[in-house]
Design a protein around this ligand. Sequence first.
Ligand SMILES: Cc1ncc(CN)c(N)n1
Length: 239
Amino acid sequence: MDVKKNIVGVDRGEVIETWLKKHRLIYTGATRHPLILSIRDGTVHLSSFKRWLGQDCIFVRAFVPFAASLLIKAWKESDNRSDLDVLLGGLAALNDEIAWFKQEAAKWGVLLSEIVPQKTNEEYCRFLESLMSPEVEYTVAITAYWAIEAVYQESFAHCLEDGSKTPPELLETCQRWGNPGFGQYCSALRNIVNRRLERASDDQLKEGLDDVLKKAEVVFLRVLEYEVDFWNMSRGDSL
Ligand SMILES: Cc1ncc(CN)c(N)n1
């Protein structure tokens, strides 16, 4: 069989697949966190859920300018016009997401004006801000964006699978990120990332170009670490 390999020895179009195999442990840590498993088996402490909800309300506000910065990078750097359509759809959905967070916080008696961002959350938001710099390549930034969305999609979809005992009052939360439409959006992002990474590995052949592929992998791992730390805040023993 003639499987074409690029400069870094990766089968074409399979960079993400390779990363997921290589970093399986941390990926599973981010997508099968004890908070998610407790939602799925119905043993979740509502205090943990509310802590997560309050912190995520803050995070998502920082996620919006990051998404907007990505739109600008795509407009300037992308080799495919349809990237803009995918990203614009995501940005529009974030508008609903913010409204939903407000409504959900009110439902659970979480007073947003009184939520203090925890250190992990502040660091994660600062990380997003660092990715907004014009110095950061579109390929690197969209890798982070895809990973952030994919972790929530895989996590919450797990709580909706057959056999899960997710409490009825948490189903809406799980459907927000676990629904098939959000799954398709994440697949579209993943296709963009794979296409860009494949191109980046080709570009490495040309002298003097930065190792975008390596930078993207590092950013992917940072996102997974932040996502694990973010879920950990729900335990309530961190500041
Ligand atoms: C921490 C975190 N990660 C991801 C998502 C999904 N946008 C989120 N709302 N919060």
